[in-house]
Write a protein that binds this ligand. Structure first.
Ligand code: EPZ
Length: 431
């Protein structure tokens, strides 16, 4: 585990590429960040030490583990797994200094409230890609009997008589909102039915593990989840392995497509990537797929594409920036509409500085290809925008320096090393 200071030092790193790359070989995909976060929060519901395999080595995981240890839990890394023990967790206030660095900290609200009957979590505050409210989380918890108030920037939640199962209908599909309520419902009294639940693979894995731990859940993978709570009884949770990161995998598939390189991804589940694979096929790529590998056979000419981001199983918003970079290399005009977040086009201005020809009109980006990109100094603004800049740098003429890559470190495990492993000259340097 890196110390906090080395984490700070890594803040000032940047990535340098030298220009057009051709890649080849195999990349091992890490565990899913967005599955790991709710599953780490889920350990708050356990009476035993929980062993988690295949956790990705990314900043957001370190942040959430640090938050749990600030609350009194303990964790240690043994070989390739983390063992989290929340039996010593006594604090129920998740403080601003940590929550502001990772809004997914809100995932501790449901479990802590369900277990202890009270919880304070700092409001996450704004985020680069959008306002990202948590009103749906709070409304659902109130419906389950919690008293919620907002004081001095904190959500204060109490449920002195415990949470009661009930019918929850989400006005919008919310991934962490669904995870939060599933975890709260796990320890509630009686049955909770969640309608309009998120169906992302990361939510599915959370439900599957809770179901295997004695919380009867029906409708897993569908928009209607029925959860029988244990009425406050803590769970025994057996060791489990985090599913592969479908967004990391999609990002490397785009690396293969944009550099016209044949790449094989290992430890990946193609079933979680149907919409992404379909769009890459529309753009000309072909694939060889086995139960845990995907090989991309890229086309010489990339075709333009129309993309609308929507909830799973439709095309994921977390792949929008990467496809926008890829679309700059397509022969023709691509249209990319972002429907989930109000400000998720910050990569556009940086790509334009590399020569991309893109016009923005509200939530719709029109990308005129093919443009030869030129290397430049560019700045990462958010996690997935950073990976879009890496993809553009792999096909730009001349040197590109990508600054503020702490954004990248939040969700990509050893991206520079993984690309070096398939022949890229990309290197990580200190500012
Ligand atoms: C999760 O964020 C992911 N993060 C995001 O991935 C991902 O982009 C997003 O889902 C959508 O797929 C994690 O899983 C840790 P939402 P989340 O609640 O749960 C609105 C990445 O790159 N909304 O599904 O915060 C919200 O504003 C990250 O890995 C409300 O209005 O997203 C958005 O428009 C970025 N009120 C929409 O719903 C609420 O209470 C979907 O948000 C909650 C959400």
């Amino acid at each position: 585990m890196r110390t906090y200071f080395s984490f700070i030092k890594r803040h000032m790193d940047y990535l340098k590429t030298e220009g057009i790359e051709s890649l080849s070989g195999t990349i091992k995909i890490s565990g899913a960040k967005n599955a790991s976060l709710p599953l780490i929060a889920m350990t708050i519901l356990a009476k035993n030490s929980v062993s988690i395999k295949n956790l990705p080595q990314v900043a957001d995981i370190r942040t959430l583990l640090k938050l749990l240890s600030n609350l009194g839990a303990t964790y240690e890394f043994q070989d390739e797994k983390a063992v989290v023990d929340t039996s010593t967790l006594t604090q129920t206030k998740a403080k601003y200094d940590i929550v502001r660095t990772m809004r997914a900290s809100i995932l501790v609200l449901g479990p802590i409230l369900a277990r202890f009957g009270h919880c304070e979590v700092s409001l996450p505050g704004g985020c680069a890609i959008g306002q990202r409210p948590i009103d749906l989380h709070l409304k659902a918890l109130e419906h389950m009997g919690a008293h919620i108030s907002i004081k001095a920037g904190y959500v204060e939640a109490t449920a002195p008589n415990g949470l009661k199962g009930c019918n929850i209908i989400f006005d919008k599909i919310t991934v962490t909102g669904t995870a939060n309520i599933v975890m709260a419902a796990a320890l509630a009294e009686g049955q909770t039915v969640i309608t309009n639940a998120a169906r992302e693979p990361e939510v599915v894995q959370l439900c599957e593990i809770l179901n295997a731990s004695g919380v009867k859940i029906e409708g897993i993978g569908t928009a209607i989840l029925t959860i029988e709570g244990t009425n406050g009884k803590l769970l025994h949770i057996d060791e489990f392995t985090i599913i592969p990161d479908r967004i990391e995998a999609g990002t490397y598939l785009c690396a293969g497509a944009i550099t016209k390189s044949e790449l094989t991804l290992e430890n990946v589940n193609a079933k979680h990537l149907s919409a992404v694979l379909a769009k890459l096929e529309e753009m000309g790529s072909r694939f060889t797929i086995t139960p845990d590998t995907i090989t991309i056979h890229p086309s010489e000419n990339i075709k333009p594409v129309k993309i609308i981001t929507q909830e799973y199983p439709a095309f994921p918003t977390d792949m929008q920036a990467q496809f926008l970079a890829l679309a700059t290399q397509a022969d023709g005009t691509s249209i990319i509409e972002e429907r989930l977040f109000e400000n998720r086009f910050m990569h556009v201005s940086e790509l334009q500085r590399m020569g991309a020809n893109i016009t923005l009109n509200g939530h719709v980006a029109t990308v005129y290809g093919k443009t030869q990109l030129s290397g430049a100094d560019v700045m990462a603004t958010d996690l997935r925008a950073s990976s879009a800049l890496v993809l553009a740098a792999l096909v730009a003429i001349g040197e590109t320096n990508i600054h503020r890559i702490y954004h990248l470190d939040r969700g990509y495990d050893s991206l520079d090393k993984k690309l070096q492993g398939v022949g890229s000259k990309i290197i990580r340097l200190k500012e």
